[in-house]
Write a protein that binds this ligand. Structure first.
Ligand code: SAM
Length: 262
């Protein structure tokens, strides 16, 4: 099922993605200039978990247009991105070049990367913002993360809080509860940037195939792969509704249990 899902999502994320980044952020040169002004700003929400990345090997999985990977490279990390979309890769590589940094961009389904080459390589595996719904099963994903991490490597996994799939904003102040938090079905949904294109062009956009995971399933998959979970941080929404969860971040380590009193 993952193979089919990845094919569908590759098609969706390869349709006009470069154009989308250009419209949203400007040309690769403009984006690079902006990143150079303050690279830390791009990773500010997670830098405390990532720590000092200078000299570290960092894998940014599903790293898209390089929005996080390039600033991390500017901060001195050796960055590898894995993403399935050649359109994203083109934008990211041009931006990295304009920014004067190198990133290694692997255009591939995460589930098809060369594990023999990459096993035990990374000090940090970092994922953020719109990740887990691309996976048909979390166990193979968690196992890949475990394998990619070096001894004492660290996972920083950030994503949308699962409660957001059923508590939906309607206008400025109203929310409705819709759907089933425990639903396990795959479903077709719009690629994230489709709504930014004119109405009369939207019919041409291929849909993504997605699966929503709940918090119990997510944390259980990370624990089951053998990583030691240090923290699960639930974070408020970025809009004015700070009383509701918006995102979560899991920090988990390989082979390291710090009880604080050893
Ligand atoms: C919403 S973006 C994630 C946000 C991203 N961290 C950023 O910096 O913008 C999701 C990305 O996942 C990629 N993707 C989806 N399924 C994938 C898979 N099976 N393997 C690798 N990349 C995948 C898409 O191409 C897309 O760039």
């Amino acid at each position: 099922m993952q193979k089919e899902m990845s094919e569908i999502n590759k098609r969706a994320w390869s349709y006009r993605a470069y154009e989308r980044w250009e419209t949203k952020s400007g040309s690769p040169l403009e984006t690079a200039k902006e990143m150079k002004r303050d690279p830390l700003q791009y990773v500010r929400r997670h830098i405390d978990y990532l720590g000092d990345v200078a000299g570290k090997k960092v894998a940014v999985l599903l790293g898209s247009s390089g929005r996080k990977a390039i600033p991390l490279a500017m901060l001195g990390a050796q960055v590898t991105v894995v993403d399935i979309s050649p359109e994203n890769a083109r934008y990211a590589l041009q931006t990295a070049k304009e920014a004067g940094v190198e990133i290694n961009f692997i255009i591939s389904d995460l589930f098809a990367i060369n594990m023999v080459e990459l096993r035990n390589t990374f000090d940090i595996v970092y994922l953020e913002g719109g990740i887990l719904h691309y996976f048909a099963d979390l166990e193979p994903f968690a196992n890949i993360v475990f394998e990619l991490l070096s001894h004492e490597g660290r996972l920083v996994l950030n994503d949308f809080h699962p409660i957001r799939k059923i508590i939906k904003a309607r206008g400025d102040d109203a929310f409705v509860v819709e759907g089933d938090y425990f639903d396990t079905e795959l479903f077709y949904g719009e690629v994230a940037y489709k709504s930014m294109f004119p109405d009369n062009e939207q019919d041409d956009f291929p849909d993504c195939l997605l699966r929503y995971w709940n918090l119990g399933e997510i944390i259980s998959a990370i624990a089951a792969c053998g990583l030691v979970i240090e923290k699960l941080v639930e974070e408020p929404r970025y809009d004015k509704h700070k009383n509701l969860p918006g995102n979560f971040t899991i920090i988990a380590n390989k082979f390291k249990v710090d009880r604080g009193w050893d």
